[in-house]
Design a protein around this ligand. Structure first.
Ligand code: ZN
Length: 312
């Protein structure tokens, strides 16, 4: 078909007009996409000695550490010789991790007759409560193997709380499903089988059974990271990944103040993290302030948090 010059000019103008309209429509979407949303995934590995990670094939944890800020000699058990000194068992420690204070404040010090002492959630609520003070619409989740984290509960403000019915494997399966369906701001997952191995065969960095358990936990870390990366809106999201343990172990137990029981690791990996190895590292109470700072939640002095943000 032959097009007359006047029609061609009109056609060109028309195309330009349509393009301008499309650009005007597209502009707000582009601006929204330029500011990615921030999210935090905290991976808790119960009873995982830092030196065992270093001695094992744990490619996922090692890669996170390489790309982020890490300490291989942080600590559980409070500050020795001060009122914050506490046992190196899971109840006191996970409460310290998730509330950002030691047990002399949160009060959930030990299990009594198989039941947890209640924590002071009024004065020392969980990091999820702190997030929701600033972002009331924020969705938070806690997916755990050890039941007392959700059943005590340590994070009553979680919108989704579930215990993996079939161990660590089901924790990452539930996480994967949850991340496909919901848009959480903060998620905590808890893996328990490294601790089980320690109680069964012994806690020791060079023990094959213990290393095997660490390597299995590392695979679950890989599954959790894959679940984050396969989110349909992942390109518009910025995830901070925090990996931590609640204590180490000695022989087949823990709870005391030995270096083997006290020494913990902490990995913080994601956008804006100051890469590097920090030694000696902070206590486990650094997790809550780290997550809060990353999410833009201003930390108030009256919260009396015991830790500082790590790696940010
Ligand atoms: Zn244990």
């Amino acid at each position: 078909m032959k097009i007359s010059p006047s029609f061609r000019a009109f056609g060109l103008m028309g195309v330009v007009a349509v393009l301008q309209m499309l650009l005007a429509l597209a502009a707000p979407i582009d601006i929204a996409a330029a500011e990615p949303s921030k999210h935090v995934l905290i991976i808790g590995i119960d009873g995982c000695m830092p030196d065992a990670i270093l001695a094992s094939k744990a490619p996922n944890l090692k890669k996170l550490a390489e790309d982020g800020a890490v300490t291989w000699d942080g600590f559980a058990g409070g500050v020795q010789g001060t009122p914050s000194e506490q046992n190196t068992a899971s109840l006191a420690s996970w409460n310290s991790i998730l509330r950002g204070v030691w047990a002399n404040k949160h009060k959930a010090n030990r299990m009594k007759k198989g039941r947890p002492q209640p924590a002071d959630s009024k004065n020392y609520p969980s990091l999820f409560a702190r997030i929701k003070e600033v972002q009331p619409q924020a969705q938070c989740a806690s997916i755990c193997n050890w039941i007392w984290i959700n059943n005590q509960p340590m994070v009553p403000e979680a919108d989704y709380k579930i215990n993996g019915p079939a161990g660590d494997k089901s924790v990452t399966e539930l996480l994967t499903k949850y991340l496909q369906e919901k848009d959480p701001t903060a998620v905590f997952i808890h893996l328990d089988e490294v601790d089980h191995s320690g109680h069964g065969q012994g806690f020791a960095p060079r023990l094959p059974s213990y290393q095997e358990a660490v390597e299995k936990a590392d695979q679950h870390v890989g599954e959790a990271l894959a679940a984050v990366k396969s989110r349909k809106n992942y390109v518009n999201e910025q995830w901070l990944v925090i990996c931590v343990t609640d204590h180490g172990g000695l022989n087949k137990g823990h709870g005391g103040q030995s270096p083997e029981e006290r020494k913990t690791f902490l990995i913080v990996s994601g956008p804006g993290v100051k890469k590097g190895v920090v030694t000696p590292g902070p206590g486990i109470v650094a997790v809550t302030p780290t997550a809060l700072k990353y999410l833009g939640v201003p930390i108030k002095p009256e919260w009396k948090l015991d830790g500082e943000p790590f790696g940010l």
